[in-house]
Write a protein that binds this ligand. Structure first.
Ligand SMILES: Cc1cc2nc3c(=O)[nH]c(=O)nc-3n(C[C@H](O)[C@H](O)[C@H](O)COP(=O)(O)OP(=O)(O)OC[C@H]3O[C@@H](n4cnc5c(N)ncnc54)[C@H](O)[C@@H]3O)c2cc1C
Ligand SMILES: *[C@@H]1O[C@H](CO)[C@@H](O)[C@H](O)[C@H]1NC(C)=O
Ligand SMILES: *[C@@H]1O[C@H](CO)[C@@H](O)[C@H](O)[C@H]1NC(C)=O
Ligand SMILES: *[C@@H]1O[C@H](CO)[C@@H](O)[C@H](O)[C@H]1NC(C)=O
Ligand SMILES: *[C@@H]1O[C@H](CO)[C@@H](O)[C@H](O)[C@H]1NC(C)=O
Ligand SMILES: *[C@@H]1O[C@H](CO)[C@@H](O)[C@H](O)[C@H]1NC(C)=O
Length: 479
Protein backbone atom coordinates (compact mmCIF):
# COMPACT_ATOMS: atom_id res chain seq x y z
CA UNK A 1 0.00 0.00 0.00
CA UNK A 2 1.14 3.48 -0.71
CA UNK A 3 1.56 5.21 2.58
CA UNK A 4 3.25 8.25 3.85
CA UNK A 5 3.80 9.94 7.10
CA UNK A 6 0.77 12.07 7.92
CA UNK A 7 2.68 13.40 10.88
CA UNK A 8 5.11 15.18 8.60
CA UNK A 9 4.71 18.89 9.05
CA UNK A 10 6.91 21.94 9.16
CA UNK A 11 6.92 21.91 12.95
CA UNK A 12 7.76 18.25 13.08
CA UNK A 13 10.60 18.48 10.57
CA UNK A 14 12.01 21.40 12.58
CA UNK A 15 11.87 19.44 15.83
CA UNK A 16 13.46 16.39 14.19
CA UNK A 17 16.30 18.58 12.98
CA UNK A 18 16.78 20.10 16.41
CA UNK A 19 16.75 16.75 18.15
CA UNK A 20 18.63 15.01 15.38
CA UNK A 21 16.34 12.00 15.40
CA UNK A 22 14.57 10.44 12.45
CA UNK A 23 13.22 7.21 13.97
CA UNK A 24 9.44 7.12 14.02
CA UNK A 25 7.18 10.09 13.41
CA UNK A 26 7.52 12.04 16.63
CA UNK A 27 3.94 13.19 16.64
CA UNK A 28 2.69 9.61 16.95
CA UNK A 29 3.53 7.65 20.08
CA UNK A 30 2.70 4.54 18.14
CA UNK A 31 2.00 3.55 14.51
CA UNK A 32 -0.03 0.50 13.65
CA UNK A 33 -0.82 -1.07 10.30
CA UNK A 34 -3.98 -3.06 9.64
CA UNK A 35 -6.12 -4.35 6.81
CA UNK A 36 -9.19 -2.58 8.17
CA UNK A 37 -9.72 0.15 10.75
CA UNK A 38 -13.23 0.16 12.20
CA UNK A 39 -14.30 3.42 13.81
CA UNK A 40 -17.12 2.89 16.34
CA UNK A 41 -17.56 -0.25 18.46
CA UNK A 42 -21.34 -0.52 18.87
CA UNK A 43 -23.46 -3.41 17.59
CA UNK A 44 -22.35 -2.88 14.00
CA UNK A 45 -18.65 -2.04 14.48
CA UNK A 46 -17.97 -4.71 17.12
CA UNK A 47 -19.63 -7.37 14.98
CA UNK A 48 -17.70 -6.23 11.90
CA UNK A 49 -14.38 -6.48 13.74
CA UNK A 50 -15.09 -10.08 14.79
CA UNK A 51 -16.22 -10.96 11.24
CA UNK A 52 -13.03 -9.48 9.79
CA UNK A 53 -10.85 -11.39 12.28
CA UNK A 54 -12.75 -14.55 11.44
CA UNK A 55 -11.88 -13.89 7.79
CA UNK A 56 -8.20 -13.62 8.67
CA UNK A 57 -7.98 -9.84 8.27
CA UNK A 58 -6.09 -7.67 10.70
CA UNK A 59 -8.26 -5.07 12.34
CA UNK A 60 -8.30 -2.30 14.91
CA UNK A 61 -11.37 -0.68 16.45
CA UNK A 62 -11.31 2.99 17.43
CA UNK A 63 -13.98 3.60 20.07
CA UNK A 64 -14.80 6.98 21.56
CA UNK A 65 -16.19 5.57 24.81
CA UNK A 66 -14.30 3.57 27.43
CA UNK A 67 -16.22 0.42 26.48
CA UNK A 68 -17.77 -1.28 23.46
CA UNK A 69 -21.51 -1.59 22.96
CA UNK A 70 -22.79 1.84 21.92
CA UNK A 71 -26.54 1.88 22.55
CA UNK A 72 -26.20 -1.42 24.43
CA UNK A 73 -25.31 -0.89 28.07
CA UNK A 74 -26.36 -2.22 31.43
CA UNK A 75 -26.76 -0.97 34.96
CA UNK A 76 -26.40 -3.16 38.02
CA UNK A 77 -28.89 -2.26 40.73
CA UNK A 78 -26.65 -2.04 43.82
CA UNK A 79 -29.49 -3.11 46.13
CA UNK A 80 -30.62 -6.18 44.22
CA UNK A 81 -27.51 -7.02 42.17
CA UNK A 82 -29.79 -7.33 39.16
CA UNK A 83 -28.63 -6.23 35.69
CA UNK A 84 -30.94 -3.81 33.94
CA UNK A 85 -30.51 -3.20 30.21
CA UNK A 86 -30.18 0.47 29.36
CA UNK A 87 -30.91 1.25 25.72
CA UNK A 88 -31.09 -1.93 23.65
CA UNK A 89 -33.61 -4.26 25.33
CA UNK A 90 -33.54 -7.40 23.17
CA UNK A 91 -32.25 -8.99 19.99
CA UNK A 92 -35.07 -9.36 17.52
CA UNK A 93 -34.89 -12.64 15.66
CA UNK A 94 -33.76 -12.13 12.07
CA UNK A 95 -32.38 -14.75 9.69
CA UNK A 96 -29.49 -16.65 11.32
CA UNK A 97 -28.10 -13.71 13.24
CA UNK A 98 -28.39 -15.38 16.65
CA UNK A 99 -25.34 -17.31 15.40
CA UNK A 100 -23.29 -14.27 16.35
CA UNK A 101 -23.94 -14.25 20.14
CA UNK A 102 -23.46 -18.03 20.00
CA UNK A 103 -20.11 -17.49 18.24
CA UNK A 104 -19.16 -15.27 21.20
CA UNK A 105 -20.35 -17.89 23.73
CA UNK A 106 -23.32 -15.78 24.76
CA UNK A 107 -26.68 -17.53 24.87
CA UNK A 108 -29.91 -16.20 23.42
CA UNK A 109 -32.08 -18.39 25.61
CA UNK A 110 -33.43 -15.69 27.90
CA UNK A 111 -36.49 -13.61 27.14
CA UNK A 112 -37.56 -10.13 28.07
CA UNK A 113 -39.18 -9.73 31.46
CA UNK A 114 -42.48 -7.92 31.56
CA UNK A 115 -43.95 -6.42 34.69
CA UNK A 116 -47.71 -5.90 34.78
CA UNK A 117 -48.16 -2.17 35.06
CA UNK A 118 -50.99 0.22 35.72
CA UNK A 119 -50.86 2.49 32.64
CA UNK A 120 -51.65 6.16 33.18
CA UNK A 121 -51.94 8.43 30.16
CA UNK A 122 -51.04 11.99 30.99
CA UNK A 123 -50.47 15.20 29.11
CA UNK A 124 -46.96 15.92 30.39
CA UNK A 125 -47.28 19.60 29.39
CA UNK A 126 -50.23 20.25 31.74
CA UNK A 127 -49.63 17.35 34.11
CA UNK A 128 -53.30 16.33 33.73
CA UNK A 129 -54.55 12.85 32.92
CA UNK A 130 -55.96 12.39 29.42
CA UNK A 131 -59.11 10.85 30.81
CA UNK A 132 -60.88 10.21 27.53
CA UNK A 133 -58.01 8.17 26.04
CA UNK A 134 -58.35 4.42 25.74
CA UNK A 135 -55.44 2.36 24.50
CA UNK A 136 -56.40 -0.07 21.73
CA UNK A 137 -57.28 -3.50 23.08
CA UNK A 138 -55.63 -6.70 21.86
CA UNK A 139 -58.51 -7.64 19.56
CA UNK A 140 -57.90 -4.43 17.60
CA UNK A 141 -54.12 -4.12 18.06
CA UNK A 142 -52.97 -7.57 16.92
CA UNK A 143 -54.92 -7.61 13.63
CA UNK A 144 -53.60 -4.09 12.91
CA UNK A 145 -50.01 -5.20 13.62
CA UNK A 146 -50.59 -8.16 11.31
CA UNK A 147 -51.82 -5.82 8.55
CA UNK A 148 -48.68 -3.69 9.05
CA UNK A 149 -46.50 -6.82 8.84
CA UNK A 150 -48.23 -7.90 5.63
CA UNK A 151 -47.30 -4.58 3.99
CA UNK A 152 -43.76 -4.66 5.41
CA UNK A 153 -43.24 -8.09 3.88
CA UNK A 154 -44.03 -6.68 0.43
CA UNK A 155 -41.05 -4.34 0.76
CA UNK A 156 -38.67 -6.55 2.72
CA UNK A 157 -36.29 -7.10 -0.17
CA UNK A 158 -35.93 -3.33 -0.78
CA UNK A 159 -35.17 -2.43 2.84
CA UNK A 160 -33.61 -5.34 4.71
CA UNK A 161 -30.90 -5.79 5.70
CA UNK A 162 -30.04 -2.63 3.75
CA UNK A 163 -30.89 -0.82 0.54
CA UNK A 164 -29.02 -3.27 -1.70
CA UNK A 165 -32.12 -3.83 -3.89
CA UNK A 166 -33.68 -0.40 -3.49
CA UNK A 167 -35.62 0.63 -6.61
CA UNK A 168 -34.61 3.46 -8.94
CA UNK A 169 -36.03 6.86 -7.95
CA UNK A 170 -38.88 6.68 -10.48
CA UNK A 171 -39.93 3.23 -9.22
CA UNK A 172 -40.00 3.82 -5.47
CA UNK A 173 -43.39 2.58 -4.22
CA UNK A 174 -45.64 5.41 -3.05
CA UNK A 175 -46.20 3.51 0.24
CA UNK A 176 -42.56 4.20 1.19
CA UNK A 177 -42.73 7.89 0.29
CA UNK A 178 -46.06 8.86 1.83
CA UNK A 179 -46.18 10.23 5.37
CA UNK A 180 -46.68 7.62 8.05
CA UNK A 181 -50.06 9.17 8.95
CA UNK A 182 -51.28 8.69 5.35
CA UNK A 183 -49.91 5.16 5.39
CA UNK A 184 -51.73 4.42 8.66
CA UNK A 185 -54.95 5.74 7.13
CA UNK A 186 -54.47 3.76 3.89
CA UNK A 187 -54.05 0.43 5.66
CA UNK A 188 -56.23 1.16 8.72
CA UNK A 189 -53.34 0.65 11.14
CA UNK A 190 -54.45 3.09 13.88
CA UNK A 191 -54.84 0.41 16.54
CA UNK A 192 -51.19 -0.65 16.01
CA UNK A 193 -49.66 2.82 16.20
CA UNK A 194 -49.45 3.30 20.00
CA UNK A 195 -47.51 0.03 20.27
CA UNK A 196 -45.22 0.95 17.34
CA UNK A 197 -44.74 4.38 18.89
CA UNK A 198 -43.99 3.11 22.40
CA UNK A 199 -41.58 0.42 21.17
CA UNK A 200 -39.23 2.43 18.97
CA UNK A 201 -40.88 4.83 16.53
CA UNK A 202 -41.22 7.80 18.87
CA UNK A 203 -37.47 8.28 18.46
CA UNK A 204 -38.21 9.75 15.03
CA UNK A 205 -39.90 12.71 16.72
CA UNK A 206 -42.31 13.78 13.98
CA UNK A 207 -43.04 10.10 13.39
CA UNK A 208 -46.44 10.67 11.77
CA UNK A 209 -44.99 13.11 9.19
CA UNK A 210 -41.84 11.34 8.02
CA UNK A 211 -41.81 9.19 4.88
CA UNK A 212 -43.01 5.72 5.88
CA UNK A 213 -39.69 4.25 4.74
CA UNK A 214 -38.01 5.65 7.86
CA UNK A 215 -40.69 4.30 10.22
CA UNK A 216 -40.19 0.92 8.57
CA UNK A 217 -36.46 1.19 9.31
CA UNK A 218 -37.17 2.11 12.94
CA UNK A 219 -39.84 -0.53 13.57
CA UNK A 220 -39.59 -3.12 10.86
CA UNK A 221 -40.23 -6.80 10.31
CA UNK A 222 -38.12 -8.30 13.13
CA UNK A 223 -39.75 -6.06 15.74
CA UNK A 224 -43.31 -6.49 14.50
CA UNK A 225 -42.81 -10.26 14.27
CA UNK A 226 -41.63 -10.21 17.89
CA UNK A 227 -44.67 -8.15 18.96
CA UNK A 228 -46.94 -10.68 17.25
CA UNK A 229 -45.13 -13.61 18.89
CA UNK A 230 -43.92 -14.82 15.48
CA UNK A 231 -40.24 -14.23 16.26
CA UNK A 232 -38.09 -14.16 19.37
CA UNK A 233 -37.06 -11.05 21.27
CA UNK A 234 -34.04 -12.70 22.84
CA UNK A 235 -31.66 -11.81 25.64
CA UNK A 236 -28.83 -13.87 27.15
CA UNK A 237 -29.69 -16.30 29.95
CA UNK A 238 -28.21 -13.69 32.34
CA UNK A 239 -30.66 -11.13 30.97
CA UNK A 240 -27.72 -8.82 30.34
CA UNK A 241 -27.18 -7.94 26.66
CA UNK A 242 -23.90 -6.30 27.52
CA UNK A 243 -22.41 -9.78 28.10
CA UNK A 244 -21.94 -9.95 24.34
CA UNK A 245 -19.75 -6.88 24.26
CA UNK A 246 -17.64 -8.11 27.16
CA UNK A 247 -16.99 -11.27 25.22
CA UNK A 248 -16.13 -9.31 22.06
CA UNK A 249 -13.81 -7.05 24.07
CA UNK A 250 -11.94 -10.10 25.38
CA UNK A 251 -11.75 -11.61 21.91
CA UNK A 252 -10.41 -8.44 20.26
CA UNK A 253 -8.10 -7.60 23.17
CA UNK A 254 -5.53 -4.96 22.30
CA UNK A 255 -7.07 -4.41 18.88
CA UNK A 256 -9.46 -1.94 20.49
CA UNK A 257 -8.39 1.63 21.20
CA UNK A 258 -10.78 2.87 23.89
CA UNK A 259 -11.57 6.48 24.76
CA UNK A 260 -10.08 7.35 21.41
CA UNK A 261 -11.13 9.64 18.62
CA UNK A 262 -9.84 10.30 15.16
CA UNK A 263 -8.42 13.81 14.98
CA UNK A 264 -7.19 13.91 11.41
CA UNK A 265 -7.07 11.67 8.40
CA UNK A 266 -6.07 11.17 4.83
CA UNK A 267 -8.22 8.90 2.67
CA UNK A 268 -7.32 7.87 -0.87
CA UNK A 269 -8.26 4.95 -3.09
CA UNK A 270 -5.05 3.26 -1.92
CA UNK A 271 -5.86 3.32 1.79
CA UNK A 272 -6.32 5.54 4.80
CA UNK A 273 -4.06 7.15 7.39
CA UNK A 274 -5.70 8.18 10.65
CA UNK A 275 -4.30 10.05 13.58
CA UNK A 276 -6.09 8.99 16.76
CA UNK A 277 -6.00 10.69 20.16
CA UNK A 278 -6.47 8.58 23.28
CA UNK A 279 -7.67 9.77 26.69
CA UNK A 280 -4.10 9.60 28.03
CA UNK A 281 -2.99 12.09 25.38
CA UNK A 282 -1.25 9.39 23.40
CA UNK A 283 -1.38 9.75 19.65
CA UNK A 284 -1.65 6.65 17.52
CA UNK A 285 -1.22 6.68 13.76
CA UNK A 286 -3.14 4.00 11.91
CA UNK A 287 -2.31 2.94 8.38
CA UNK A 288 -5.06 0.76 6.93
CA UNK A 289 -6.15 -0.46 3.54
CA UNK A 290 -9.83 0.12 4.34
CA UNK A 291 -11.83 2.28 6.73
CA UNK A 292 -15.20 1.08 8.05
CA UNK A 293 -17.28 3.83 9.60
CA UNK A 294 -19.59 2.34 12.25
CA UNK A 295 -20.90 5.46 13.99
CA UNK A 296 -23.79 7.78 13.21
CA UNK A 297 -22.55 9.74 10.15
CA UNK A 298 -23.44 13.23 11.38
CA UNK A 299 -21.43 16.12 9.94
CA UNK A 300 -19.79 16.67 13.37
CA UNK A 301 -18.71 13.04 13.62
CA UNK A 302 -17.38 13.06 10.06
CA UNK A 303 -15.43 16.30 10.40
CA UNK A 304 -12.02 14.66 11.11
CA UNK A 305 -12.49 12.58 7.96
CA UNK A 306 -12.77 15.73 5.85
CA UNK A 307 -15.70 14.65 3.69
CA UNK A 308 -15.46 15.79 0.07
CA UNK A 309 -18.31 17.55 -1.76
CA UNK A 310 -19.92 14.30 -2.92
CA UNK A 311 -19.94 12.94 0.63
CA UNK A 312 -21.15 16.22 2.11
CA UNK A 313 -24.06 16.34 -0.32
CA UNK A 314 -25.30 13.08 1.14
CA UNK A 315 -24.52 13.41 4.84
CA UNK A 316 -25.55 17.04 5.23
CA UNK A 317 -29.08 16.08 4.09
CA UNK A 318 -29.80 13.85 7.08
CA UNK A 319 -32.17 15.22 9.71
CA UNK A 320 -31.84 13.89 13.25
CA UNK A 321 -33.53 13.71 16.62
CA UNK A 322 -31.64 13.03 19.84
CA UNK A 323 -32.58 10.14 22.09
CA UNK A 324 -32.07 9.68 25.83
CA UNK A 325 -32.90 6.72 28.02
CA UNK A 326 -32.07 5.52 31.48
CA UNK A 327 -33.30 5.07 35.00
CA UNK A 328 -34.67 7.58 37.44
CA UNK A 329 -35.95 7.65 40.98
CA UNK A 330 -38.37 10.08 42.52
CA UNK A 331 -40.44 9.39 45.68
CA UNK A 332 -43.63 10.80 44.13
CA UNK A 333 -43.74 8.21 41.37
CA UNK A 334 -45.94 5.29 42.38
CA UNK A 335 -44.74 1.69 42.45
CA UNK A 336 -46.36 -0.35 39.67
CA UNK A 337 -47.34 2.57 37.47
CA UNK A 338 -46.35 3.40 33.88
CA UNK A 339 -46.79 7.10 33.15
CA UNK A 340 -47.11 7.72 29.38
CA UNK A 341 -47.11 11.08 27.68
CA UNK A 342 -50.21 11.58 25.49
CA UNK A 343 -52.00 14.56 24.01
CA UNK A 344 -55.66 15.29 24.89
CA UNK A 345 -56.37 15.84 21.16
CA UNK A 346 -55.94 12.09 20.78
CA UNK A 347 -59.48 11.80 22.16
CA UNK A 348 -60.81 8.35 22.86
CA UNK A 349 -59.33 6.63 19.83
CA UNK A 350 -57.44 8.83 17.42
CA UNK A 351 -54.08 7.08 17.42
CA UNK A 352 -52.31 9.42 15.02
CA UNK A 353 -51.46 12.35 17.31
CA UNK A 354 -48.43 12.20 19.56
CA UNK A 355 -46.26 14.66 21.49
CA UNK A 356 -43.44 16.21 19.46
CA UNK A 357 -39.85 16.74 20.67
CA UNK A 358 -38.59 17.88 23.01
CA UNK A 359 -40.69 15.39 24.97
CA UNK A 360 -40.39 12.83 27.73
CA UNK A 361 -42.09 9.67 26.48
CA UNK A 362 -42.63 7.78 29.69
CA UNK A 363 -41.65 6.75 33.18
CA UNK A 364 -42.23 3.01 33.59
CA UNK A 365 -41.83 1.20 36.87
CA UNK A 366 -39.37 -1.63 36.24
CA UNK A 367 -40.33 -4.03 39.02
CA UNK A 368 -38.26 -5.50 41.80
CA UNK A 369 -37.83 -4.05 45.21
CA UNK A 370 -36.57 -0.63 44.24
CA UNK A 371 -38.60 2.34 43.10
CA UNK A 372 -36.64 2.61 39.88
CA UNK A 373 -38.37 3.85 36.73
CA UNK A 374 -37.15 3.54 33.19
CA UNK A 375 -37.52 6.64 31.05
CA UNK A 376 -37.19 7.47 27.39
CA UNK A 377 -37.05 10.98 26.01
CA UNK A 378 -36.67 12.45 22.56
CA UNK A 379 -35.08 15.80 21.88
CA UNK A 380 -34.54 17.98 18.86
CA UNK A 381 -31.13 17.94 17.23
CA UNK A 382 -30.17 20.81 19.53
CA UNK A 383 -31.09 19.21 22.86
CA UNK A 384 -28.40 18.09 25.28
CA UNK A 385 -28.37 15.70 28.26
CA UNK A 386 -28.61 18.80 30.49
CA UNK A 387 -31.64 20.24 28.67
CA UNK A 388 -33.38 16.86 28.80
CA UNK A 389 -32.67 16.30 32.49
CA UNK A 390 -34.15 19.74 33.01
CA UNK A 391 -37.24 18.75 31.02
CA UNK A 392 -37.66 15.53 33.03
CA UNK A 393 -37.36 17.45 36.28
CA UNK A 394 -39.85 20.05 35.05
CA UNK A 395 -42.27 17.27 34.00
CA UNK A 396 -42.24 15.79 37.50
CA UNK A 397 -42.89 19.25 38.95
CA UNK A 398 -45.79 19.79 36.55
CA UNK A 399 -47.32 16.41 37.46
CA UNK A 400 -47.01 17.35 41.12
CA UNK A 401 -48.50 20.82 40.71
CA UNK A 402 -51.44 19.34 38.78
CA UNK A 403 -52.03 16.92 41.67
CA UNK A 404 -51.52 13.90 39.39
CA UNK A 405 -48.74 12.65 41.65
CA UNK A 406 -48.33 13.41 45.35
CA UNK A 407 -45.98 16.15 46.48
CA UNK A 408 -42.88 14.96 48.31
CA UNK A 409 -39.64 16.30 49.62
CA UNK A 410 -37.34 13.85 47.92
CA UNK A 411 -35.13 14.66 44.99
CA UNK A 412 -34.99 13.37 41.44
CA UNK A 413 -31.96 11.17 40.81
CA UNK A 414 -30.71 9.35 37.75
CA UNK A 415 -29.08 6.01 38.59
CA UNK A 416 -28.35 5.81 34.85
CA UNK A 417 -28.65 8.42 32.14
CA UNK A 418 -27.69 7.36 28.63
CA UNK A 419 -27.22 9.99 25.97
CA UNK A 420 -27.84 8.09 22.75
CA UNK A 421 -27.18 11.24 20.79
CA UNK A 422 -28.35 11.87 17.26
CA UNK A 423 -30.37 9.01 15.87
CA UNK A 424 -32.89 8.13 13.18
CA UNK A 425 -31.23 9.84 10.19
CA UNK A 426 -33.84 10.64 7.58
CA UNK A 427 -34.48 12.79 4.53
CA UNK A 428 -37.60 14.09 2.81
CA UNK A 429 -39.72 12.27 0.25
CA UNK A 430 -38.44 14.77 -2.35
CA UNK A 431 -34.84 13.82 -1.52
CA UNK A 432 -35.77 10.16 -1.98
CA UNK A 433 -37.41 10.97 -5.33
CA UNK A 434 -34.22 12.82 -6.32
CA UNK A 435 -32.18 9.63 -5.85
CA UNK A 436 -30.88 10.11 -2.31
CA UNK A 437 -30.53 6.39 -1.56
CA UNK A 438 -28.61 5.82 -4.80
CA UNK A 439 -26.22 8.67 -3.96
CA UNK A 440 -25.79 7.29 -0.45
CA UNK A 441 -25.02 3.77 -1.70
CA UNK A 442 -22.52 5.14 -4.23
CA UNK A 443 -20.34 6.28 -1.30
CA UNK A 444 -19.52 2.69 -0.33
CA UNK A 445 -15.84 2.19 -1.14
CA UNK A 446 -15.16 5.82 -2.08
CA UNK A 447 -11.70 6.81 -0.77
CA UNK A 448 -11.32 3.28 0.67
CA UNK A 449 -14.15 4.16 3.09
CA UNK A 450 -17.15 1.94 3.84
CA UNK A 451 -20.16 2.46 6.07
CA UNK A 452 -22.24 0.23 8.34
CA UNK A 453 -24.77 1.17 11.06
CA UNK A 454 -28.39 2.22 11.07
CA UNK A 455 -28.05 5.02 8.47
CA UNK A 456 -27.26 2.37 5.85
CA UNK A 457 -29.31 -0.46 7.32
CA UNK A 458 -31.90 -0.32 10.12
CA UNK A 459 -31.88 0.36 13.85
CA UNK A 460 -31.77 -3.24 15.09
CA UNK A 461 -28.66 -5.10 16.22
CA UNK A 462 -29.57 -8.32 14.40
CA UNK A 463 -30.35 -6.51 11.14
CA UNK A 464 -26.99 -4.72 11.40
CA UNK A 465 -25.21 -8.04 11.82
CA UNK A 466 -26.89 -9.40 8.69
CA UNK A 467 -26.08 -6.16 6.87
CA UNK A 468 -22.40 -6.69 7.74
CA UNK A 469 -22.62 -10.29 6.52
CA UNK A 470 -23.67 -8.96 3.12
CA UNK A 471 -21.45 -5.86 3.00
CA UNK A 472 -18.13 -7.08 4.38
CA UNK A 473 -17.27 -9.53 1.58
CA UNK A 474 -17.17 -6.44 -0.68
CA UNK A 475 -15.07 -4.52 1.84
CA UNK A 476 -12.33 -7.18 1.89
CA UNK A 477 -12.33 -7.79 -1.87
CA UNK A 478 -8.77 -7.47 -3.10
CA UNK A 479 -7.15 -7.55 0.34
C1 LIG B 1 -33.23 3.51 23.90
C2 LIG B 1 -32.90 2.59 22.77
C3 LIG B 1 -33.44 1.31 22.73
C4 LIG B 1 -33.12 0.45 21.70
N1 LIG B 1 -33.63 -0.81 21.74
C5 LIG B 1 -33.22 -1.71 20.82
C6 LIG B 1 -33.59 -3.07 20.94
O1 LIG B 1 -34.29 -3.47 21.88
N2 LIG B 1 -33.14 -3.94 20.01
C7 LIG B 1 -32.33 -3.54 18.99
O2 LIG B 1 -31.89 -4.36 18.19
N3 LIG B 1 -32.00 -2.25 18.84
C8 LIG B 1 -32.41 -1.34 19.74
N4 LIG B 1 -32.02 -0.04 19.62
C9 LIG B 1 -31.35 0.37 18.40
C10 LIG B 1 -29.85 0.31 18.45
O3 LIG B 1 -29.52 1.62 18.13
C11 LIG B 1 -29.26 -0.66 17.46
O4 LIG B 1 -29.70 -1.96 17.65
C12 LIG B 1 -27.75 -0.79 17.48
O5 LIG B 1 -27.31 -0.87 18.82
C13 LIG B 1 -27.05 0.34 16.80
O6 LIG B 1 -25.72 -0.07 16.63
P1 LIG B 1 -24.69 0.81 15.85
O7 LIG B 1 -23.42 0.06 15.86
O8 LIG B 1 -25.24 1.20 14.53
O9 LIG B 1 -24.58 2.17 16.65
P2 LIG B 1 -24.18 2.50 18.15
O10 LIG B 1 -24.69 1.47 19.07
O11 LIG B 1 -24.56 3.92 18.35
O12 LIG B 1 -22.60 2.41 18.16
C14 LIG B 1 -21.77 3.44 17.70
C15 LIG B 1 -20.47 3.39 18.48
O13 LIG B 1 -19.58 4.34 17.91
C16 LIG B 1 -19.00 5.13 18.92
N5 LIG B 1 -18.71 6.43 18.30
C17 LIG B 1 -19.56 7.42 17.99
N6 LIG B 1 -18.92 8.42 17.39
C18 LIG B 1 -17.63 8.06 17.32
C19 LIG B 1 -16.48 8.68 16.82
N7 LIG B 1 -16.52 9.88 16.25
N8 LIG B 1 -15.30 8.02 16.94
C20 LIG B 1 -15.23 6.80 17.51
N9 LIG B 1 -16.30 6.16 18.00
C21 LIG B 1 -17.49 6.78 17.90
C22 LIG B 1 -20.03 5.17 20.02
O14 LIG B 1 -19.42 5.44 21.28
C23 LIG B 1 -20.64 3.77 19.94
O15 LIG B 1 -19.94 2.84 20.72
C24 LIG B 1 -32.29 0.87 20.64
C25 LIG B 1 -31.76 2.15 20.66
C26 LIG B 1 -32.05 3.01 21.71
C27 LIG B 1 -31.44 4.37 21.74
C1 LIG C 1 3.46 10.99 23.08
O1 LIG C 1 4.28 11.74 22.20
C2 LIG C 1 4.36 13.10 22.54
C3 LIG C 1 5.10 13.81 21.43
O2 LIG C 1 6.22 13.10 21.04
C4 LIG C 1 5.06 13.24 23.89
O3 LIG C 1 5.12 14.60 24.24
C5 LIG C 1 4.23 12.49 24.91
O4 LIG C 1 4.91 12.50 26.15
C6 LIG C 1 4.03 11.06 24.48
N1 LIG C 1 3.07 10.46 25.41
C7 LIG C 1 3.18 9.22 25.86
C8 LIG C 1 2.10 8.78 26.81
O5 LIG C 1 4.08 8.48 25.52
C1 LIG D 1 -8.11 -18.36 8.07
O1 LIG D 1 -6.85 -18.97 8.26
C2 LIG D 1 -6.91 -20.27 8.78
C3 LIG D 1 -5.51 -20.76 9.11
O2 LIG D 1 -4.66 -20.49 8.04
C4 LIG D 1 -7.64 -21.19 7.79
O3 LIG D 1 -7.76 -22.47 8.29
C5 LIG D 1 -9.03 -20.60 7.53
O4 LIG D 1 -9.69 -21.35 6.53
C6 LIG D 1 -8.97 -19.14 7.12
N1 LIG D 1 -10.32 -18.60 7.09
C7 LIG D 1 -10.82 -17.91 6.07
C8 LIG D 1 -12.23 -17.47 6.20
O5 LIG D 1 -10.15 -17.64 5.09
C1 LIG E 1 -15.96 -20.01 23.49
O1 LIG E 1 -15.78 -21.09 24.37
C2 LIG E 1 -14.87 -22.06 23.86
C3 LIG E 1 -14.88 -23.24 24.80
O2 LIG E 1 -14.65 -22.84 26.12
C4 LIG E 1 -13.49 -21.42 23.72
O3 LIG E 1 -12.59 -22.34 23.17
C5 LIG E 1 -13.59 -20.22 22.79
O4 LIG E 1 -12.35 -19.57 22.73
C6 LIG E 1 -14.64 -19.27 23.27
N1 LIG E 1 -14.80 -18.22 22.26
C7 LIG E 1 -14.94 -16.93 22.56
C8 LIG E 1 -15.09 -16.00 21.42
O5 LIG E 1 -14.96 -16.52 23.71
C1 LIG F 1 -60.62 14.75 25.49
O1 LIG F 1 -60.55 15.51 26.67
C2 LIG F 1 -59.90 16.75 26.55
C3 LIG F 1 -59.88 17.40 27.92
O2 LIG F 1 -59.24 16.58 28.83
C4 LIG F 1 -60.58 17.64 25.53
O3 LIG F 1 -59.81 18.81 25.36
C5 LIG F 1 -60.68 16.91 24.22
O4 LIG F 1 -61.44 17.68 23.31
C6 LIG F 1 -61.34 15.57 24.41
N1 LIG F 1 -61.29 14.88 23.13
C7 LIG F 1 -62.34 14.26 22.64
C8 LIG F 1 -62.17 13.70 21.25
O5 LIG F 1 -63.35 14.12 23.25
C1 LIG G 1 -57.18 12.41 14.16
O1 LIG G 1 -56.90 13.78 14.33
C2 LIG G 1 -56.24 14.36 13.26
C3 LIG G 1 -55.84 15.78 13.65
O2 LIG G 1 -56.88 16.44 14.28
C4 LIG G 1 -57.16 14.33 12.05
O3 LIG G 1 -56.51 14.91 10.95
C5 LIG G 1 -57.48 12.88 11.73
O4 LIG G 1 -58.40 12.81 10.67
C6 LIG G 1 -58.06 12.19 12.95
N1 LIG G 1 -58.15 10.78 12.66
C7 LIG G 1 -59.17 10.03 13.06
C8 LIG G 1 -59.08 8.57 12.73
O5 LIG G 1 -60.11 10.49 13.68
Amino acid sequence: MHSYNICASVGLVASLLVRGVVARPACCNNTITRDVVVVGGGASGAHAAVWLRDHNKTVVVVEKANQLGGHTDSYIDPDTGKAINIGVQAWMEYKNTFDFPKRMNVSTSGSMEFTTLDYKYIDFRSGLPVTNYTAPGPTDMYPALQRYLDVLLQYEDMLLPGFFNFPKPESIPEDLLMSFSDFVKKYDLGAAVPQIWDSTAQGLGDTMDVPTLFVMQASGIPMVRALLGLGAAAVPASGRLYDLFESIATFLGNDILYSSTVISSTRTNRGVSLKVAGADGKLTCIEAKRLLIAFEPTMENLQPFRPDDTERQVFSKFGYTTVYAGLLKHPSLEIGVAYSNRLPETGPSNYTIFPLPSQVGRFDYIGGTNNIFQFTAVGTKDDTPESMQQLISQTINTLTEAGTIAASEGALTFPAFANHGKMHPRVTADDLRAGFIQKQLALQGRHSTWYTGAAFSAGFSTVLWEYNNVLLPDVIKGL
